[in-house]
Design a protein around this ligand. Structure first.
Ligand code: ZN
Ligand code: ZN
Length: 878
């Protein structure tokens, strides 16, 4: 149900009550004041020493873009801030830090466009964004602020690189890479969306370059398995959607690697298949244009010119073009060589085709045209042999030859034919005839294994993570090349390798970083032999910086180590992580990989650090960084995601000035379910502003009394509201929490006099969502009280409302009254059920229809109408 604040909100302005001078709600007067005071007293700072239980609430840190943040960006931050503030009132020691992901393409591309050095533009952008975050009233612990482009931070990013290097998990090799011609840099596979650069939408090209990789594939199994709870791994509570995206990205498949020998040659072709049960039906083999066989067997290939021409053309194509599903599959037979099917020694032709990629699997496939649609179309066009080897367990086999005959007139004649791709029973498969597909996969794999022609294999789609960038604005890779010693890691004592300040930071586009032109930077003595050597000039992908930043927040000023183990042990894992779902397979996978690596390296060991002065804590080990993950819904305006190019951006500054930060916060929370995309509405903003005005004006009615004298109904509503707001915030139902507060405010307004205690409860519930107004009203309760309040009564609030305890409800008061609901069919009583007195109509209907005694009477009948008398009866008319 959508709540409409305008409907709930009858009269925004009220006349002053009992002749008191009315102070109007003026957010501009109060918000800055409180923001300064909160920072001055450090109320939102997280002490490392505290007896309270910890709660680590983390936002994905932003890129400091010159445009600053828009209201869409602030939505997730508002959620985390509300939860942090409520947790604080629930007496947790809350760590809620913020920093800036300051290296990388967005900052650098902006710098190139404007000619302003990224160090300067980034600094300016950070100042602007920080100002916006403070103006929103977010309670960050700014003493822990980090900036990934500062040497004090990237020194440790380099250190992380060296740890991975030492562990054999970082290496350089020549590889076909995704190259963005516009950004003039390589991209990770994850940064290519539908064949385009995720930053600038340019079509990505393939290039062969020497690049650095992290061997994330070594962790594929764990990264996959630990998405489910597998003790002793850490249990994670993530949206199923994100877990599925990671599973698909890692892409595990179990199958068989089969060796096809080549007639008269020592070089085999290895293929990977999940359907080894169809091996007898393999009538040709297809290899990728990049497959080494082609250069290895040149002398034997009789149509070398034709093959090489095809290979050259394939290299020019992008991966997206090569894999496009609707495109006709091209390919050329490699004449002069044949492969031998190891299961029956048949010679089969070898094709080269660009739809097979070298980076996936083994770069070669076995083709079974009778049981694979893609192979079928390829084979049919070239009139290649097809052998049916699987028939359905029951019924006729839809063998393609027959299917084709029936659709002679369609064009192309075989396009509509579907081959049998499912599991079944083996035929035409020698000694394996009669086995089921599943049995045959086992048996044939065993058979191949005995003859050294195959083995059971697990394949992952996940590739190693490409981490080097030929760009200026990033962390320099701490490696030195010496002609005598080869690759030499920079000694840890020499870190950081400082990024030099240079004027010409534009990318060269020649597969080389602008740093390569900086002699002073490049020339270095080899740390091993002292001879002159060269530095690596590539920089690290910015996703490396963000793979460990959540650990640095625990110890942001440490100069001796990236973080102190005891502090990490105290704060990690992150209890709640809020950010965009677009990071499902990049940042979130990389951060998990790093954490598992640190765990293995005992960098986040749970062993007590004896040198630490921190109290020892009994915490379990963790190898997952983020316990709970929440993805906020995107904010749309005029039907599109907010972006400068679409001209539909709303800046928070505008809302701050016109309505105040509290209104903006309230609207961000109220606009719709937190996880769903929602359209921005200016009217909705006004509605939230009116609601705050009403809360403000309600103060005029407060009187102090020894005890509450509210009527029982109001008393009950207050307690129900406490329960609802508490649970709703816990479950990210901010919009319904605010609705409950609006309903309560409505009822409170009806009273002539309002107990100050009730009003305080309202303020406490509102405080995490609208902190400034709540804090202001809280502080004013004494000084502006009515004359009936005697001085000395404990109502003056010198201390912040955030030091108050979160209200608790009385379970007796929230219990619903139970009544008997009569269920009639055509006016005759057929059943009775016990329900809560205010059961909604929909729920009552559902309940009534589920009753056996009722079903008997209405089964198969048309329901004409349903009469519902709340709390009394439901009559089904048939
Ligand atoms: Zn680009
Ligand atoms: Zn050397």
């Amino acid at each position: 149900m959508n709540y409409n604040p305008q409907k709930i909100d009858p009269a925004p302005e009220q006349s002053s009550v009992r002749g008191k001078k009315k102070m109007t709600y003026n957010p501009q007067q109060i918000e800055k004041k409180w923001q300064r005071k909160w920072e001055r007293i450090g109320i939102f700072r997280a002490p490392d020493k505290s007896k309270k239980p910890k709660f680590y609430c983390l936002d994905m840190f932003p890129y400091p873009s010159a445009e600053g943040l828009h209201v869409g960006h602030l939505r997730g931050y508002t959620f985390s801030d509300v939860i942090s503030k409520k947790k604080m009132m629930e007496e947790y020691n809350v760590l809620h830090p913020m920093g800036f992901d300051a290296f990388g393409l967005p900052a650098e591309n902006f710098a190139i466009k404007t000619g302003i050095h990224p160090a300067i533009s980034t600094k300016k952008a950070i100042k602007n964004i920080k100002g916006q975050l403070i103006s929103a009233g977010f309670g960050y612990d700014w003493q822990r602020e980090i900036n990934s482009s500062q040497p004090g931070y990237y020194k440790w990013t380099q250190w992380m690189f060296l740890q991975l290097y030492k562990a054999g998990l970082s290496y350089k090799k020549e590889a076909p890479v995704n190259f963005c011609p516009s950004c003039k840099t390589v991209l990770a596979r994850e940064q290519v969306i539908d064949g385009k650069c995720e930053r600038c939408d340019s079509l990505v090209e393939k290039k062969y370059l020497k690049q650095w990789f992290f061997k994330i594939t070594d962790y594929a199994e764990r990264l996959l398995n630990d998405l489910d709870y597998n003790p002793p791994a850490t249990r994670i509570d993530w949206p199923e959607k994100i877990k599925t995206m990671q599973r698909n990205w890692i892409g595990r498949s179990e199958g068989t690697e089969i060796k096809f020998s080549i007639f008269n040659s020592q070089f085999p072709i290895n293929v990977f298949t999940t359907r080894v049960d169809t091996l007898f039906g393999c009538t040709y083999v297809v290899i990728a244009p990049e497959h080494p066989i082609i250069s290895n067997l040149k002398p034997q290939i009789s149509n070398l010119e034709e093959v090489e021409k095809y290979v050259e053309e394939a290299k020019k194509k992008t991966e997206i073009e090569r894999l496009a599903g609707d495109r006709e599959k091209t390919g050329v037979e490699i004449k002069g060589i044949t492969a031998i099917n190891p299961v029956n020694d048949r010679e089969v032709p070898i094709y080269v085709a660009d739809y097979v990629l070298m980076e996936y699997g083994t770069g070669a496939i076995m083709a079974v045209p009778a049981h694979d649609q893609r192979d079928f179309i390829f084979a049919k066009k070239r009139e290649l042999e097809m052998i049916e080897v699987i028939k359905p367990k029951t019924g006729n086999s839809p063998f393609p030859e027959r299917a084709v005959d029936e659709s002679k007139d369609s064009s192309p004649p075989f396009a509509n034919a579907r081959v049998f791709e499912e599991d079944g029973v083996l035929i035409n498969s020698g000694i394996f005839n009669g086995l089921s597909s599943a049995e045959a996969r086992e048996e044939i794999t065993k058979y191949l294994g005995k003859r050294n022609f195959g083995k059971k294999t697990v394949y992952y789609k996940l590739r190693d993570w490409l981490i080097s960038r030929q760009r200026y604005w990033g962390t320099p890779i701490p490696i030195i090349f010496c002609s005598k010693c080869g690759e030499v890691p920079v000694p840890e004592k020499d870190l950081p390798v400082v990024l030099p300040k240079i004027k010409d930071f534009k990318p060269t586009g020649k597969g080389e970083s602008p740093l390569a032109k900086v002699e002073k930077f490049v020339k270095i003595k080899c740390p091993k032999c002292g001879k002159s050597a060269r530095r690596e000039t590539d920089t690290l992908d910015t996703f490396v910086c963000s793979s460990w930043y959540f650990l640095r927040y625990t110890d942001p000023k440490n100069k001796k180590e990236p973080f102190n183990k005891s502090r990490v042990k105290k704060w990690l894992p992150v209890d709640l992580y809020i950010g965009g779902a677009e990071h499902a397979v990049m940042h979130l996978l990389y951060a998990r990989f790093f954490t598992k690596f640190f765990f293995d390296q005992k960098l986040i060991d749970i062993e007590e650090d004896k040198s630490s002065s921190l109290p020892s804590l009994e915490r379990s080990a963790f190898d997952e960084p983020f316990l709970k993950l929440f993805n906020q819904g995107i904010v749309y305006r005029k039907g599109a995601k907010m972006s400068k190019s679409k001209g539909n951006v709303v800046t928070p500054n505008y809302i701050f000035e016109k309505f105040g930060a509290d209104t903006m916060r309230l609207y961000e929370l109220f606009m719709g379910p937190a996880e769903q995309a929602t359209e921005w509405s200016d009217k909705g903003v006004i509605g939230c502003h009116r609601f705050l005005n009403r809360v403000w004006n309600l103060r005029q009615k407060t009187v102090s009394k020894k005890q509450r004298t509210e009527n029982r109904e109001l008393e009950k509503l207050i307690h129900k509201t406490i329960k609802k707001v508490t649970e709703d915030i816990e479950n990210f139902r901010f919009n319904t929490a605010i609705s409950a507060l609006m309903i309560l405010t409505n009822e409170l307004e009806k009273e002539n006099q309002l107990s100050v205690i009730s009003y305080q409860l309202l303020l406490k519930l509102l405080a995490p969502m609208a902190p400034h107004i709540s804090e202001e009203l809280w502080s004013r309760l004494q000084s502006n009280r009515g004359s009936s309040i005697k001085s000395g009564q404990n109502l003056g609030h010198k201390k912040s409302i955030f030091l108050e305890k979160w209200p608790e409800y009385d379970p007796k008061l929230v219990k619903e009254e139970i009544v008997t609901l009569i269920i009639q069919v055509n006016g005759k009583v057929r059943d009775k059920i016990e329900v809560e007195v205010d059961i909604p109509e929909e729920e009552a209907k559902k309940l009534a229809f589920s009753r056996e005694k009722v079903q008997k009477w209405i089964e198969g009948k048309e329901i004409k109408k349903i009469i519902f008398v709340p709390g009394k009866l439901i009559n089904i008319v048939i």
